[in-house]
Write a protein that binds this ligand. Structure first.
Ligand code: MN
Ligand code: MN
Ligand code: MN
Length: 288
């Protein structure tokens, strides 16, 4: 189960634990030849990753994982081949960085109200990132002894219905796709089965995604069972969407989403990396 293509990964520029260079190195060692770095709402790691990729003989696809709102829910859009300097995308990312800080302050207040050392936790979080994710809070909660694992931190404190749960106000899906396309990116809907939606609503999400310029679904994600891959593939086929594959790598300690550890894209699904809109070198690298 090793794929030469991995189009979903995180570095220390967002909530990953490896620097962009170390991530590229690990991916190269594991046989990945086309890697997209897709940090949450930031392109800050791309330059370092591109330099490391050139040295390691890996093709780095400049990417981003954008948070968006669809019918009140947060969904994630993967943008590939983006121009990180495109003005509309840069403005969107600035807005999102502000939203992350607002949300971090609200989480902090709620942690304090729940009797936890919120200010200390926020200091810890901001010491490692200017763009806090909830994963950063989960790690800080583990560090201060308020939870024994990141999963427990979500279950007890940060998750839906818990004392420090905070609603996020991400831009609308349509606007996120517009900025991604304006930056010459091609878009794939990340982990389409992970959203809490009915089967009908999930199909409507995919149809809206496609209507606003989305090209693919992430059909195979790190740790997906063959059943899940088949379900996502039939969703893509039904909506006329291509497919992407990505480990969603964050942490060297989670074996199920190591770089390249991915199921194959089922045969009838068009790989996004062979689409004319995708950075053309990917097809060349893989054919070589
Ligand atoms: Mn993450
Ligand atoms: Mn995601
Ligand atoms: Mn991700």
């Amino acid at each position: 189960m090793s794929s030469p293509v991995d189009l979903h990964s995180h570095s220390t520029a967002s909530d990953g634990l490896l620097t962009p260079a170390a991530l590229v190195q690990l991916a190269a060692e594991r046989g990945v030849r086309v890697l997209a770095l897709t940090d949450h709402d930031t392109v800050a790691g791309l330059e370092e990753a591109a330099l490391a990729a050139a040295a390691a003989g890996v093709l780095l696809v400049p990417g981003v994982e954008l948070s968006a709102t669809w019918r009140g829910q947060t969904v994630h859009v993967l943008g590939f081949g983006i121009d990180p300097c495109a003005p509309d995308l840069a403005a969107l990312l600035d807005l999102m960085a502000g939203e992350r800080l607002r949300r971090a302050e609200e989480i902090t207040r709620k942690l304090e109200r729940a009797g936890l050392p919120g200010a200390e936790i926020l200091r810890d979080v901001l010491a490692v990132t200017p763009r806090p994710t909830r994963t950063h809070f989960a790690r800080a909660l583990v560090k201060c002894g308020a939870a024994h694992s990141q999963a427990a931190a979500f279950e007890r404190h940060l998750g839906r219905g818990r004392p420090a749960a905070v609603a996020s106000h991400w831009p609308a899906l349509e606007e996120v796709l517009r900025c991604c396309l304006a930056a010459r990116g091609v878009a794939s809907l990340a982990h389409p089965l992970r959203y809490r939606l009915s089967a009908g609503a999930r199909r409507e999400l995919c149809a809206d995604f496609r209507q606003h310029g989305g090209l693919a679904l992430e059909v195979a994600c790190g740790g997906d069972s063959p059943d899940r891959v088949a379900t996502a593939a039939s969703l893509a086929a039904r909506q006329g969407l291509a497919g992407s594959v990505g480990s969603d790598f964050h942490d060297p300690a989670t074996p199920w989403n190591q770089p390249g550890r991915l199921a194959k894209l089922p045969a009838p699904i068009q790989p996004i990396w062979l689409d004319a809109a995708f950075p053309a070198r990917a097809a060349e690298v893989l054919a070589a």
